[in-house]
Design a protein. Structure first.
Length: 111
């Protein structure tokens, strides 16, 4: 498997606000502990209406699935680096600074 990246890493991106349901995916990928080291824990999100002059705090522990009461705010460049290193460690070949000139879809094989 190959990943094509137009720009080389590391590169600047605005921070990323993860949601609680991303945690099981990060755990399955084997990167949750690394994300915990770079992330700031957040227990909810505040929505602010400038139009109505009101705000409301939405706590993840009171959401649809109470088993995931928190998430993380991460620096996007650090988060991307964790995911990229993880992909490489699992055998993915990464081509940075490359731009595809076409796309060829092969039959899908499930492993």
């Amino acid at each position: 498997m190959h990943i094509l990246e137009k720009d080389p890493h590391p590169r600047f991106h605005i921070g990323e606000s993860l949601l609680p349901h991303s945690l099981p995916v990060l755990k399955r990928l084997g990167v949750l502990q690394e994300v915990e080291k770079i992330g700031i824990i957040k227990y909810g999100a505040e929505m602010i209406s400038l139009r109505y002059g009101r705000s409301h705090m939405y706590y993840f522990s009171k959401a649809f699935d109470e088993s995931q009461p928190y998430a993380f705010e991460v620096k996007r460049s650090e988060f991307d680096a964790i995911l990229l290193r993880n992909a490489i460690s699992k055998g993915v070949t990464v081509h940075e600074g490359s731009k595809p000139s076409g796309l060829n879809f092969a039959p899908v094989r499930v492993h």
